[in-house]
Write a protein that binds this ligand. Structure first.
Ligand code: B16
Ligand code: MG
Length: 227
């Protein structure tokens, strides 16, 4: 059994509620294209890269045939609108329970990393006043594969100088839970309504329920049971 020494966090929907703002920015693009998306449909975009998200939306209407320039234009518009929506982000937008969790982890000597698919992650962390709270932030542009591939979580553990199974990953997306588990890392799922093939080790409804000692204990108990 490995001792837990590191914590790997997704950003959007885990540290701060940007997931809702990504949805609103995509909804505006989808509305303009005459494609209907709602919050339930949006679950599949969580943790998915900007380009892949657009492709999933466009796949809803196979009669829409856009060329590369038109797609690039939509990607830029989505990001511009998203940046408008996060312009006022401050430390007040850190999700409940997260400041206490980060403080507890720091005090207990855990190393911490961000594994976010968002190219805006460094900007958001700066706005939240959390840039110095993490030992590493994986640059999604340096990756070959996107979530649900485990690469981002493997790279996060590597950046912390730890084995993946010595870290716990925190995610609000199905793609993220799959990536964490395929990286051989215990997973904590936050607010995910239903699971497919990949199951988390710990489940909570909201970040307010995240208590570090309880999570580490549950992960250890599960490892003991599963051998
Ligand atoms: P950007 P996470 C992901 O962040 C979001 O969940 C996803 O909705 C978004 O499309 C993706 O980042 C890319 O974000 O457009 O800012 O580069 O959940 O992995 O922290
Ligand atoms: Mg997320």
């Amino acid at each position: 059994m490995s001792e837990i020494k590191g914590l790997v966090f997704d950003l959007d929907g885990v540290i701060t509620d940007t997931a809702e703002r990504h949805y609103l920015a995509w909804k505006r693009i989808a509305d303009r294209l005459g494609i209907e998306i709602d919050r339930e449909w949006n679950e599949r975009l969580k943790g998915i890269s900007r380009t892949e998200s657009l492709e999933l939306i466009l796949a809803e209407d196979p009669t829409l045939l856009l060329d590369a320039d038109e797609k690039e234009q939509l990607l830029q518009e989505k990001n511009a609108h998203y940046l408008e929506l996060i312009a006022q982000t401050t430390a007040a937008d850190i999700l409940p329970g997260i400041p206490e969790l980060l403080d507890d982890a720091k005090r207990a000597g855990y190393r911490m990393a961000i594994a976010s698919a968002s190219k805006n992650a460094p900007l958001i962390l700066a706005r939240l006043g959390l840039s110095a709270s993490f030992d590493a932030v994986v640059d999604p542009e340096s990756l070959i594969h996107n979530k649900p591939h485990p690469e981002i979580f493997e790279r996060a553990a590597q950046a912390l100088g730890l084995e993946t199974h010595a870290c716990i990953g925190f995610e609000d997306s199905l793609a993220g839970i799959e990536g964490i588990k395929r990286a051989d890392m215990p997973a904590v799922a936050i607010g995910i309504p239903a699971f497919g093939e990949w199951l988390p080790d710990v489940e909570v409804a909201t970040t307010a329920e995240l208590k570090l000692a309880k999570i580490v204990h549950k992960v250890k108990m599960k490892e003991r049971v599963e051998g």
